[in-house]
Design a protein around this ligand. Sequence first.
Ligand code: AHR
Length: 485
Amino acid sequence: MTALIRVDLDRVLGQVDRRMFGGFVEHLGRCIYGGIFDEGSPLSDSSGFRTDVLAALRTLQPPVVRWPGGNFVSGYRWTDGIGPRDARPRKIELAWGSEESNRFGTDEFIAYCRALGAEPHICINMGTGTLDEAQAWVEYCNGTGDTYWANRRRANGHAEPYAVRYWGLGNEMYGEWQIGGMSDHEYVAAARRYARIMLRTDPTIELVGCGQWGDTEWDRIVLEGLAELVRYHSIHIYTGSSDYLTNVLQPHQADRALRICEALIDQVRHTQRIRHPVGIAYDEWNVWYRTRTATGRAGGLEEQYDLSDALAVACFLNVFVRHCRSVAMANLAQMVNVIAPVFTRSDGLFLQTIYHPLRLYAEHTQAIALDPLVISRPLTPEGGIADLGPFQALDAVASRDADRRVVTIAVINRHPHDAIETSVELIGAVDQWSTGDVYELGGANPEDANSFAEPTRVAVRERSLDSTRTYSFPPHSLSILRLQR
Ligand code: AHR
């Protein structure tokens, strides 16, 4: 049977918010130190930023970067990380069992965001932190008056306010692993206090409430308690399995979480008559299953990704595009070394398999998401994900620009063995579609991976499309078709 992908240029899902291509960096293992920031390295610039890492991350075009955690933030005193670097205290780090030099702090983070062309998203410490500290952090970053913390920023060499727009109200505060974790009702009461004092300090900031997985009682209670004060409800998801089909299909959990979360938000906005939109910030997501128990001390969570993981990452991105009306932001966790697309050592880096879908989607996803019809053969995985189905082999999203000049179709063939011959139809295209290219990520085996020894074993192949409107999607592959008038 030939499969079918039919893209109607008028069947619009919504606008793609590019903040869904955001990133996240945490003081964990070698993400910051030895990752983005490596003082004294010949590969670093005068700010201590690794220039090779910066170049690799710039290509991913992250519009927003979340920092400093993650679990780390719930024991972090931000005031330890400002002022002359040599005078900053070296502290015990209790989230990951490490030590924190504090040589990378708020000013360094803002400088890094500027260098990357990204907006900062700061998550506050609601574990060991205080209302005073949170208030002071907003004032330090955004204060314009002749006040103590704004003047401390100026004294540290930053005359202009940083205008940090996004502020997260704590990280995973529901978890018993979280320093200072709390119950849902305790969190709502505390977060409301933090929200009010932060908004009084700068009413233009946009707060991110701490949700859980999108489908829990925690999410309902937090939304009911915080929706009037926040602009975003954050949820996290990590998936992964050594079983190929489970690995590539599990990201559909994100689909379900979004559907449920969207309904919760709708209900709260309706019952409380909330006028402002509340978007979903998927502010941690990734494939992560091999290195769950490593600690930060040894440079932990250094997952080595294979082709199947790259397909799972593409599947996540398809989910976000499909839910473009609710996904206002998403932050890949994390950006360098720690469960990350970029992997460094002192003399260079290589790009992990998951780097490639991230780059392809950032480069080719257009502003308007479409709702394609996809018909292909069913996939029936064994094991614990059947409740997420039914699944089919092809998973596709499509998008176009406002002028209808460019249409891109991102297609994942999750079938483990078979290529799938597919008829690709465009409806609503006024003129002939004259040129087309395809960017394909595939390989002989789903277990294929990159490494310092073989950095391009899994890489993108690029070629022109011929004029026929059928395409054979190789097994276990991602293909981005880019059609242009
Ligand atoms: O990204 C790694 C960890 O995963 C983060 O610190 C935490 O927020 C999540 O559990």
